[in-house]
Ligand binder design. Structure first.
Ligand code: TYD
Length: 207
């Protein structure tokens, strides 16, 4: 029987260096002999990538708060069914750039819906497939870096006002305090290698 793999998500607000760290952490885990796949949300499967385009383009008014949260949850359900569950069951390590905690923080905490409603619709979709560990990158200059990077080109959600993004970070902190076993806050300031080392350290006690 193949040993079960692991499911790890990386989270954080805009501009915290998450994509760079997903790549670096995947390489570091491969160097330790794990079979790692990198994936992302919204997206990660064919159906979920189609939903991603619906969510991130168009005007702010395109979706109401509930429809937006349900679309993220629908995309995630397909991502779990088609990609995450089969890989973990085959013994692979899955590293996802964002997962359920983005919905909790953005739609639940910063948006109007609250954490409980968003947790409930996602639990319906993904069942027991919560990550084994979730690493939330916190960077003091994240918002400024995202503005410098994206300018006027930010997507439908990235372009929301500063207060929304401040609420996202506050919600990530709340989630980490609520679920300290699964969710760890990671200081994302400093050199890339230093941050990757912090991420690896935060996986060291994974059973
Ligand atoms: P993306 O281009 O992947 O941005 P990033 O590099 O910041 O990860 O865009 C994803 C956007 O969607 C980002 O602003 C976060 C947002 N998002 C949600 O609001 N809820 C979710 O459940 C997910 C997965 C992402």
């Amino acid at each position: 029987m193949t040993a079960r793999g692991r499911f790890i998500s990386l989270e954080g607000g805009e501009g915290v260096g998450k994509s760079t760290q997903v790549r670096a952490l995947a390489e570091a885990l491969r160097a330790r002999g794990h079979d790692v796949i990198e994936t992302r949300e919204p997206g990660g499967s064919e159906g979920a990538e189609a939903i991603r385009a619906l969510l991130l383009s168009g005007s702010e008014e395109r979706w109401g708060a509930e429809a937006e949260a349900l679309l993220f949850a629908a995309a995630r359900t397909d991502h779990v069914d088609k990609v995450i569950r089969p890989a973990v069951e085959a013994g692979r390590w899955v590293l996802s750039d964002r997962f359920i905690d983005s919905s909790l923080a953005y739609q639940g905490g910063a948006g109007a819906l609250g954490l409980e409603a968003v947790r409930a619709i996602n639990a319906f979709g993904i069942g027991p497939w919560f990550p084994d560990r979730t690493l939330v990158l916190i960077h003091p200059e994240g918002a400024e870096r995202a503005r410098a990077r994206d300018g006027e080109d930010s997507d439908r959600i990235g372009g929301r006002p500063a207060a929304y993004h401040e609420a996202v970070e506050a919600a990530f902190r709340t989630i980490a305090a609520d679920e300290p076993e699964r969710v760890r806050l990671i200081d994302a300031s400093g050199a890339v290698e230093v941050v990757t080392r912090r991420l690896l350290d935060a996986l060291a006690d994974l059973p």
